[in-house]
Design a protein. Structure first.
Ligand SMILES: Nc1ncnc2c1ncn2[C@@H]1O[C@H](COP(=O)(O)OP(=O)(O)O)[C@@H](O)[C@H]1O
Ligand SMILES: C[C@@](O)(CCOP(=O)(O)OP(=O)(O)O)CC(=O)O
Length: 464
């Protein structure tokens, strides 16, 4: 039996959908997904209670933010309802975090089934600390270095944070809701990392082993189910796949797999969830790790573009056009799929000289998709910026508006050296000054690896 005294640390990467936005929602097509070097880290520890006292409590905290502590009680629900978690009040009000709460109830329900726990206090009380790498949130003047003072009652004393860790995790003088996200997929990486930490912490390695293929499959299925439930919608799930497997060619699961799952706590939830996770229900997800790589000397980099524009409802509108114009849409989808595959092949085969042509071919059709559906997928301002970067900055091979597109991000394929970074930084700074808005190059890079165990020492100063 695994000793819960051992502190467990895991991390899962953020994502970018370089090619295949909208197409990947349909199983007939796939997406070129990259994992990112920005990770969400979760550290699980046992809470020690006085002898004879049973306390069913799990504390989750994000010490980088103010008021970011969530406490939950948990119990085994009747009629096979699984582990029901109930948020407890901290201070004067309840501050909900649906992604944390849903991940907890799904993961603990699976733990109770797979670990054959018949009483809820077989699951010992625990503390989970979330630490997000800095690029998940813009720091435009709001992030303080971790060595500055903080008034948050949930954070450890600033002085105890060592210098190395201090530069890795910024401390934000805001609540989580007040932070400006950069769109790297924080909720998917969080749900994946939290689930992996709970399963590793509470289950014997013979039942769950994160490093095995079976372990990753269990984690993927559980995290997809929890993430969809917390989001209240079934997306393609490429973000959870990136968090588990890292960079890959991704074909989604049939959305019907997740229908008919009861709410946590309601009759039948536990056995339905177990069947969904352990392979009884066949998932048709396809993850091709070998379909993706980056040519030597090339890096995938991300820009945060802050123009204050709204892109709400884009998916709905694109899909409505596709449903109305089935013939032309199919032609466009099929040809774009060919071009996306050609781009993946160029990268895979290390054909650096062909990147520009392959990216241009993809962008041409993405713009057509936008014009036809009247959705700003690659808006003119982004076209102008991408074209200028490609033409004027040496070392930029090409770039796209990733994912659903819109005004707020760019993904670039660039020469992987410091000189190119400096040139891009200077260029976007100048661009921001002359064109208005704010464009910045993030520190994050494309990375191949998915979820992994981490050494606890890396988080010294942040955990109690
Ligand atoms: N560092 C964190 N600590 C706790 N919860 C987090 C953290 N980062 C993200 N979350 C959860 O994920 C939600 C953001 O999800 P969402 O709006 O889907 O953004 P994203 O596109 O980054 O996934 C937050 O409201 C919160 O519930
Ligand atoms: C349209 C999509 O195919 C891609 C959206 O990719 P983004 O990276 O833009 O996603 P969010 O960060 O969740 O907003 C929808 C999907 O695949 O679910």
């Amino acid at each position: 039996m695994r000793s819960e005294d051992v502190t467990t640390a895991v991390s899962a990467p953020g994502k970018v959908l370089l090619a295949g936005g909208y197409l990947v929602l349909d199983r007939a097509y796939n997406g070129l997904v990259f994992g990112l070097s920005a990770r969400i880290n979760v550290i699980a520890q046992q809470i020690h209670t006085s002898e004879g006292i049973h306390l069913n409590e799990i504390v989750v905290e994000s010490p980088q933010f103010l008021e970011a502590q969530w406490r939950y009680g948990y119990h085994l629900a009747d009629e096979d309802g699984g582990i029901k978690v109930t948020q407890l009040q901290v201070g004067s009000r309840i501050n909900p975090n649906p992604f944390v709460e849903t991940a907890l109830s799904f993961a603990l329900t699976y733990v109770a089934r797979a670990g054959h726990y018949r009483r809820s206090h077989s699951i010992r009380p625990g503390r989970l600390t979330i630490l997000a790498d800095n690029d998940y949130y813009s720091q435009g003047g709001t992030a303080k270095s971790a060595s500055s003072n903080s008034s948050s009652s949930t954070t450890p004393p600033a002085a105890s944070i060592n210098a190395q860790t201090a530069s890795r995790f910024a401390r934000f003088p805001t609540t989580l809701g007040g932070a400006h996200k950069t769109g790297l997929g924080s909720s998917a990486a969080l749900v994946t990392s939290l689930t992996a930490a709970l399963l590793t912490h509470y289950l014997d390695p013979s039942v769950f082993d994160l490093s095995s293929e079976k372990g990753k499959e269990v984690l993927h299925n559980l995290a997809q189910a929890a993430h969809c439930a917390a989001q209240g919608k079934v997306g393609s799930g490429f973000d959870v796949a990136a968090a588990v497997y890292g960079s890959c060619l991704y074909r989604r699961f049939s959305p019907g797999i997740l229908s008919n799952l009861p709410e946590p706590g309601s009759p039948g939830f536990a056995s339905k969830l177990e069947q969904l996770v352990n392979g009884t229900v066949k998932w048709d997800t396809e993850v091709l790790k070998e379909g993706v790589s980056m040519p030597a000397g090339i890096a995938l980099r991300m820009c945060d573009v802050d123009c204050g524009s709204q892109t709400v409802g884009m998916v709905k509108q694109v899909l409505a056009w596709r449903a109305k114009e089935t013939g032309p849409a199919k032609e466009l989808w099929d040809e774009l799929q060919n071009r996306n595959e050609a781009l993946a092949k160029v990268l895979k085969e290390g054909r650096t000289g062909d990147i520009k042509t392959a990216v241009t071919a993809v962008r041409d059709l993405v713009r057509k998709m936008g014009t036809e559906s009247k959705v700003p997928i690659e808006p003119e301002s982004q076209t102008e910026l991408l074209d200028a970067l490609e033409k004027e900055v040496e070392g930029v091979y090409g770039g796209v508006v990733p994912g659903a597109g819109g005004f707020d991000a760019l993904a670039l394929l660039v020469k992987d050296d410091a000189e190119t970074v400096t040139k891009i930084e200077e260029f976007v700074e100048n661009w921001s000054k002359t064109k208005g808005g704010r464009v910045s190059l993030l520190g994050v890079k494309g990375e191949m690896e998915g979820v992994r165990m981490e050494k606890v020492e890396g988080y010294a100063g942040w955990i109690r």
